[in-house]
Design a protein around this ligand. Structure first.
Ligand SMILES: *[C@@H]1O[C@H](CO)[C@@H](O)[C@H](O)[C@H]1NC(C)=O
Ligand SMILES: *[C@@H]1O[C@H](CO)[C@@H](O)[C@H](O)[C@H]1NC(C)=O
Ligand SMILES: *[C@@H]1O[C@H](CO)[C@@H](O)[C@H](O)[C@H]1NC(C)=O
Ligand SMILES: *[C@@H]1O[C@H](CO)[C@@H](O)[C@H](O)[C@H]1NC(C)=O
Ligand SMILES: CC(=O)N[C@H]1CO[C@H](CO)[C@@H](O)[C@@H]1O
Length: 271
């Protein structure tokens, strides 16, 4: 049984209210705000049953980050649903240069140890759509095998020493998933000291693996915590880079009358 509680998170500079939703199961507590649908806090049990927040973030809206770093974020309209919350947004024709009025729904549900994120959209004109877009390094459309490279993460590796093998700052790359089913396993990350395991499944064709290469310890996060380089990772399920120009890639276009429907499952367990 998941409880859902709703409260005020803060106010935007223009006075609009940002709400927060706390979803709580016996295994996971997650807080999501209506500004950018951001997960501001996610607590998962370790092998001793202790909850700890395992996402980076900031205590409040004033925590410069949300406002100055993510100024392209928008305020979504929230609705409480069973086991979760659904956010909707109407993107006007031409917003950020994209054609069509796009109605978007993002739904977070928590059941037991698993957090599910479903993305749905409808458009009035044909448009590419990629709801987890962040301006990260782009592989420029070349699909290469990972075998024999530092990118071969198909078998477990020690993340700290693997990052050192990547040229440049660390991982910030799209991995092309080998889709055999509508829903497929995408990643498993194990933290030995706490016993926590994060497994990710998705319906999306790719995942951007990012190892927080641009954090440098200058940002002050929750409770004054300092976030150094490589102190976190992101697993962003997404369309492959440059799919709009590559007909051989899984399509990222949404056509009028069709439904965009993508889901990612984050399962927090212990081992
Ligand atoms: C985990 O919980 C146990 C039992 O409540 C407690 O004794 C222990 O100190 C906690 N460990 C940490 C790291 O918080
Ligand atoms: C993709 O998966 C199929 C079925 O498991 C396998 O036969 C094929 O070799 C895989 N392709 C790549 C590029 O790994
Ligand atoms: C999707 O967004 C990612 C960034 O998260 C970007 O690298 C990729 O090029 C985008 N793909 C498309 C088809 O827009
Ligand atoms: C989450 O992962 C655990 C451990 O692998 C598994 O027992 C559980 O069934 C998973 N939950 C769901 C909803 O798939
Ligand atoms: C492909 C794509 O959508 N790129 C955009 C991702 O987001 C950044 C920052 O908002 C834009 O500058 C890119 O154009």
């Amino acid at each position: 049984m998941t409880s859902v509680t709703r409260d005020v998170f803060g106010k935007l500079p223009d006075g609009r209210t940002v709400e927060k939703f706390l979803l709580e199961s016996n295994f996971v507590k997650v807080q999501i705000i209506s500004f950018g649908c951001i997960i501001t806090c996610l607590e998962a049990k370790d092998r001793h049953g202790n909850f700890t927040d395992i996402v980076l973030g900031f205590d409040n809206l004033e925590g410069a980050f949300y406002l100055s770093f993510f100024i392209s974020l928008v305020l979504w309209k929230p609705m409480e649903i069973e086991n979760g919350v659904q956010f909707s947004y109407m993107s006007a024709d031409g917003e950020e240069g994209y054609p069509g009025e796009l109605e978007v729904w993002v739904t977070y549900t928590l059941v037991g140890s698993e957090l599910t994120i479903n993305y749905k959209a409808r458009t009035s004109k044909t448009t590419p759509i990629n709801l987890t877009n962040h301006s990260y390094f782009n592989l420029a459309g070349q699909v290469l095998p990972v075998q024999g490279t530092c990118f071969d993460l198909r078998k477990p590796v020690d993340l700290g020493s693997q990052i050192a093998k990547v040229k440049g700052n660390g991982f910030d790359h799209n991995f092309c998933l080998n889709i055999t089913d509508k829903q497929h396993s995408c990643a498993k990350v194990y933290h030995q000291p706490s016993g926590r395991v994060l497994t990710v499944r998705t319906t999306q064709p790719g995942v951007q693996f990012y190892t927080a290469n641009f954090l440098d310890g200058s940002l002050k996060g929750k409770g004054g915590a300092v976030y150094p380089k490589h102190s976190a990772f992101c697993l962003e399920s997404q369309a492959w880079p440059d799919a709009v120009n590559k007909p051989q890639f899984p399509t990222s276009f949404l056509y009028p009358g069709d439904d965009y429907d993508q889901t990612t499952w984050f399962n927090f367990s212990v081992q």
